[in-house]
Design a protein around this ligand. Structure first.
Ligand SMILES: [Zn+2]
Ligand SMILES: [Zn+2]
Length: 247
């Protein structure tokens, strides 16, 4: 009861706001209706492996050209939203403006993408390099993994991976160059990931270079499988907006 009273009091002081446009809304962690209508939920049809949306209806097991050419080291990657419209301010605020309270709302949207319950599941966030972590003060993927751990009950290993190559800006680089830049970027702690079914967590996926590199090292370190869950997915046509968010 005390908690409810405290919540009510807080609502008076800080009314809930739309996470995208910051308009006052009735309920906490809800988009306003204008922003809600602008959200592009990523659903089927999509590539069975990387989740790339298809324009036309395809067989459930259909893969995109890139995945058919070079199968990724992960089983399946899924993102809640396309990185455009009302999603952009949410991601930028979360990542660059310390609006860390958005983690819970974002994780709630990611929860439906989680792989089915299996034994030995482990949530692992994509790590930042130390310099970037010191600058930002938090790892946005770590906050999402923490919120997902709370919502799903799956344990999280915050430091099961380290980034050994600093994150340089890859904005403006082509797909092949991004894959080269991400190669060897991570190290995984075998004692933590061996035999585990890892759910790799990140805020946004673009070409997939980062999650590919991270998943490859997890598999090499003995992970039984890797699935990827992100809040947003930037498609080639969203590239202009992505340039800012990638940093
Ligand atoms: Zn709004
Ligand atoms: Zn694909």
């Amino acid at each position: 009861m005390f908690r409810r009273a405290a919540d009510a009091l807080l609502d008076l002081v800080l009314p809930p706001r739309c996470p995208s446009c910051r308009e006052i809304v009735v309920e906490d962690r809800r988009f306003c209706s204008a922003c809600w209508q602008q959200l592009s939920f990523l659903t089927d049809p999509c590539c069975a492996i990387c989740g790339l949306p298809f324009d036309v209806e395809m067989a459930a097991a259909a893969q995109c050209g890139a995945c058919a050419d070079t199968p990724p080291p992960y089983r399946r990657a899924r993102a809640a939203f396309r990185y455009e419209g009302a999603v952009v301010p949410v991601l930028l605020g979360f990542k660059h403006a310390a609006r860390t309270h958005l983690a819970l709302l974002m994780a709630e949207q990611m929860l439906r993408l989680m792989p089915a319950t299996e034994a030995d599941q482990l949530l692992v966030p994509i790590p930042l390099d130390t310099r970037r972590l010191r600058q930002r003060g938090y790892n946005q993927a770590g906050l999402l993994a923490l919120a997902l751990a709370r919502l799903s009950g799956i344990p999280m290993a915050l430091s099961a991976m380290q980034r050994v190559k600093p994150t340089h800006s890859t904005a403006g680089l082509g797909r092949a160059a991004r894959f080269r830049a991400a190669k060897g970027a991570f190290r995984a702690d075998r004692t933590r990931v061996e035999g585990r079914r890892v759910v790799l967590v990140d805020d946004v996926m673009t070409t997939g270079a980062t999650v590919n590199s991270a998943a490859a090292i997890l598999v090499r370190s003995g992970a039984a499988s890797v699935d990827v869950v992100t809040f947003a997915r930037a498609l080639p046509t969203d590239r202009k907006e992505f340039i800012t968010a990638a940093e």
